[in-house]
Ligand binder design. Structure first.
Ligand code: FES
Length: 127
């Protein structure tokens, strides 16, 4: 699976919005650092977080077991699995929030914003 990723810090810095359809196009024009916007490949049987680490990126995490939301990402395109054993409430999952530590791609292409743990709606979940 090919993943296009974007750091939430850049979204904040530029005053962009997560639900902006043009978000990744804008990121492509913003000349961001390679670890803030780019692409990586997720191998079969690899979680999104594992793929990012194998690719040399340091994305936030803590428990690695679906219990803390430090690893949360926002799914702009594609689908990432959401195991039943996790902390993410249904309403946030419906809005596109997923956990990268136990999320496995279900589509060939994904666009995700990582580092969304600082979003206010995730505050209560961060341990
Ligand atoms: Fe804790 Fe993913 S690292 S839920």
């Amino acid at each position: 699976t090919r993943v296009e990723f974007l750091d939430y810090e850049a979204v904040v810095d530029y005053g962009w919005s997560l639900d902006d359809d043009e978000l990744f196009r804008k990121a492509g024009h913003a000349d961001l650092a390679p670890d803030a916007h780019g692409r990586l490949l997720v191998h079969p049987d690899e979680s999104l977080l594992e793929a990012a680490e194998r690719s040399g990126f340091a994305w936030p995490f803590s428990c690695r077991g679906g219990a803390c939301a430090n690893c949360a990402v926002y799914l702009a395109e594609g689908e990432l699995s959401q195991p039943t054993d996790h902390i993410m409430p249904d309403d946030l999952a419906e809005r596109g929030f997923r956990l990268s530590c136990n999320g496995y791609p279900l589509t060939d292409e994904l666009s995700i914003v990582f580092n969304v743990k600082q979003r206010p709606e995730l505050d209560d979940l961060i341990l």
